[in-house]
Design a protein around this ligand. Structure first.
Ligand code: GRF
Length: 223
């Protein structure tokens, strides 16, 4: 087997999406290693998760720098660690078009709603407040527009009676922890072909046959 994919994760918060990638890597579910974690928030628990797993963690302070300078420092870390896939896992800053252009097709994001619905920082709450019956999560390549790039995987999660934002968000998060590592493995296997707005997932194995799935979740082709 060839070189493992080298992943750089950008995270601003708790880091459970990051943890799902680390866990999948350590269980050999994905042919990839997280080689660095970068945060714009010095208190991000994601940094502590990285350190616990002996992964180089960097707090890149945005204060006192314009976006270009801040991203230059982030890019330097990614380049120095020979990263070949950047994963935004709860990274709360908007990345500049020049950063996205440089990393395009090797830069993915996860969003806690079924894009293009409910973009932005509260996809779970916006969905439930709208009164949807089905929500879910999306992984996608990042492009020049926020929450807009070509979609890799989506999974649909039922809204249940008695759900509030946090209950729905927790169930969606469990599914994020499945489709994010899966998206990375499809990337590692070279099975993601971007064709304009669309991503074709080339034929191959399915995790539905190998790993536990969650009841009442609709998994996409390619999962
Ligand atoms: C996730 O819900 C992700 O979809 C969104 O931010 C959240 C990050 O959660 N972009 P965590 O910090 O990985 O637990």
């Amino acid at each position: 087997m060839g070189e493992k994919l080298r992943i750089g994760v950008l995270a601003s918060g708790t880091g459970t999406d990051l943890q799902s990638i680390i866990d999948a890597s350590e269980k050999d579910m994905i042919d990839a290693d997280v080689v660095t974690v970068i945060s714009d928030n010095k208190d991000a628990f994601a940094l502590k998760r990285a350190e616990k797993h002996k992964i180089k963690a960097f707090f890149v302070d945005p204060i006192g720098k314009n976006r270009e300078k801040h991203e230059e420092e982030i890019d330097a870390v990614l380049t120095d660690k020979n990263v070949n896939l950047v994963v935004c896992a709860g990274y709360m800053r908007i990345l500049s078009s020049s950063f996205v252009k440089k990393w395009y097709s090797k830069l993915i994001n996860i969003h806690p709603a079924l894009l293009p619905s409910f973009k932005g920082t509260n996809g779970q709450g916006d969905a439930i407040n709208y009164g949807v019956k089905i929500s879910g999560c999306t992984t996608h390549f990042m492009d020049h527009e926020t929450d807009h790039g070509p979609i890799i995987l989506q999974a649909a999660v039922k809204v249940l009676p008695g759900d509030d934002r946090d209950k729905l968000a927790a169930r969606i998060l469990d599914v994020e922890h499945q489709i994010l590592p899966r998206s990375i493995q499809l990337f590692a296997e070279g099975r993601l072909k971007i064709d304009g707005r669309k991503v074709k997932v080339l034929a191959g194995d399915s995790w539905k046959d190998k790993y536990e799935t969650i009841p009442d979740v609709l998994y996409p082709e390619g999962y």
